[in-house]
Design a protein around this ligand. Structure first.
Ligand SMILES: C[S@@+](CC[C@H](N)C(=O)[O-])C[C@H]1O[C@@H](n2cnc3c(N)ncnc32)[C@H](O)[C@@H]1O
Length: 174
C-alpha cells in the first residue's frame, strides 16, 4: 500500500493491518478501551487490539471479508455509539478518507492509520482543526511475506471535533 508504489492497488484498499503498526498506538489507549472498528475488513486490527485487552463494541465494513463483520458505510454511521473511540485503518483514497474523518470525528475521538505525507498536503487543511495527536509509525509491511515494506511512512492520527487542544506530535519510539 503506497501512493508511490508501482503495484496495482487492491480494490477498496483492503490491506489488513500488521501487528507492528499497532504497537505505537498502544501507549495512547487507556486500559480496556471500548472501541468501534468501522472499516474492519477481515478483522485483523480488531484481533491485535483484543490481544491487548481492548474491547470491540461494534464493527462494520463496506465490503466485509468475514461473516461476523456487518456491512456498513463509515461515511454514514450516525452518532450514539457508547464506545470510547473509533479505531481503524481506513481506505487511503482521499475522497473516502476525508468523508470518513468528517463523519466519525464528529461523534467520537477517532484513531486512523494512514500515510504521514497527507498532513503536508493542502487537501489536509480543512481537517487540521480536528487533529489532536499524531503518532509516528514509520514504514509498514502491508503485504505479509513480501520482501518490501510499503514506501509510505505512516502514522496514527487522532481526530476529535469535540476538543480544541493543539495537536501533539509523538515521534518514533526506540
Ligand atoms: C486498509 S483496509 C483495513 C482493514 C482493517 N481495518 C484492518 O486494519 O485490518 C480498508 C478497509 O476499508 C474498507 N472500506 C472502504 N471504504 C469504506 C467505507 N466507506 N466504509 C466502511 N469501510 C470501507 C475496505 O473494504 C477495506 O476493508
Amino acid at each position: 500500500m503506497g501512493k508511490r508504489s508501482n503495484f496495482e492497488r487492491i480494490p477498496r484498499d483492503f490491506y489488513p493491518t500488521p501487528y507492528e503498526a499497532v504497537v505505537p498506538l498502544l501507549p495512547h489507549l487507556a486500559p480496556v478501551t471500548l472501541f468501534d472498528e468501522p472499516c474492519a475488513g477481515d478483522g485483523a486490527l480488531i484481533g491485535h487490539l483484543r490481544k491487548h485487552g481492548h474491547v470491540l463494541l461494534k464493527c462494520c465494513d463496506i465490503e466485509p471479508r468475514v461473516p461476523w463483520i456487518a456491512t456498513g458505510d463509515a461515511t454514514k454511521i450516525g452518532p450514539g455509539s457508547v464506545a470510547d473511540c473509533y479505531i481503524t485503518n481506513p481506505p487511503w483514497e482521499r475522497a473516502a478518507l476525508h468523508a470518513i474523518i468528517s463523519n466519525l470525528s464528529a461523534h467520537l475521538p477517532t484513531w486512523l492509520l494512514f500515510d504521514a505525507d497527507w498532513m503536508h498536503t493542502r487537501q489536509s487543511t480543512p481537517f487540521m482543526p480536528y487533529l489532536r495527536k499524531i503518532v509516528s509509525v514509520g514504514r509498514v509491511k502491508w503485504i505479509p511475506d513480501s520482501k518490501m515494506t510499503g514506501k509510505d511512512n505512516c502514522c496514527w492520527y487522532l481526530f476529535d471535533q469535540a476538543d480544541d487542544a493543539p495537536a501533539q506530535f509523538i515521534g518514533r519510539a526506540a
